[in-house]
Design a protein around this ligand. Structure first.
Ligand SMILES: Cc1cc2nc3c(=O)[nH]c(=O)nc-3n(C[C@H](O)[C@H](O)[C@H](O)COP(=O)(O)O)c2cc1C
Length: 183
């Protein structure tokens, strides 16, 4: 369940299918070079999710931001581990919960190890259990590292937690440099 085409591999086919409809490339882009690659391949824009989780302004908990700075794309897994009532694939950091689920043979909801364990609490008192589709927010308290920490394949590019404005400037500079190198 972990192998799949990168955004750059998938783009040509998507652009062909989209014809005149603008395409925004998303998924696994972690720096300005990646933005340039997506635009050069014909995308109308690029969207970065994971990279902006690790910014000062993001509402993610510091433990989540710190984990992202220490995680490589190969430390993540796209799986059915994290799901509630709707079956969905999610890419998240391979943590102790994921590994126990994998060792157990990737069982479906209702049969997952430690299914009802309480992990952490949100500011409004809502209790997050082991496999809940939730992310550690700044207001959450408890065993955050055992819950889902979503991360895209470009997470290896996340090495710090800058202010978002500074990050945008950096991405712009990196994309420009990649463009000038390619000319
Ligand atoms: C904290 C977080 C929460 C996300 N929540 C959702 C979601 O609710 N639904 C969804 O389709 N994708 C969700 N995603 C995946 C984003 O759509 C994905 O991050 C985006 O396509 C950009 O990919 P990237 O994170 O590799 O840059 C989430 C990603 C992160 C990092």
């Amino acid at each position: 369940m972990q192998g799949h085409a990168s955004v750059y591999d998938a783009l040509p086919g998507v652009l062909e299918e989209a014809k005149d409809t603008p395409v925004i490339a998303a998924g696994g882009i972690g720096n300005g070079t990646g933005i340039y690659k997506a635009l050069a391949a014909g995308a109308g824009g690029a969207l970065l999710g994971t990279r902006f989780v690790a910014t000062v302004e993001s509402n993610a908990h510091d433990e989540y931001k710190k984990t992202l700075t220490a995680t490589k794309g190969s430390d993540t897994a796209l799986s059915m581990c994290w799901q509630g009532t709707i079956p969905q694939l999610h890419r998240a950091v391979r943590n102790s919960t994921f590994e126990a689920w994998e060792v157990a043979g990737c069982p479906p909801p209702g049969k997952r190890p430690g299914e009802n364990d309480f992990l952490y609490t949100r500011a409004d008192g809502f209790e997050i259990r082991r496999y809940f589709i939730h992310l550690p927010l700044v207001s959450c308290k408890g065993k955050l590292s055992e819950g889902a920490m979503y991360a895209g394949l470009g997470v290896g590019e996340v090495k710090d937690v800058p202010p978002a404005g500074e990050l945008v400037k950096r991405l712009w500079a990196e994309a420009g440099a990649a463009y000038r190198t390619a000319r």
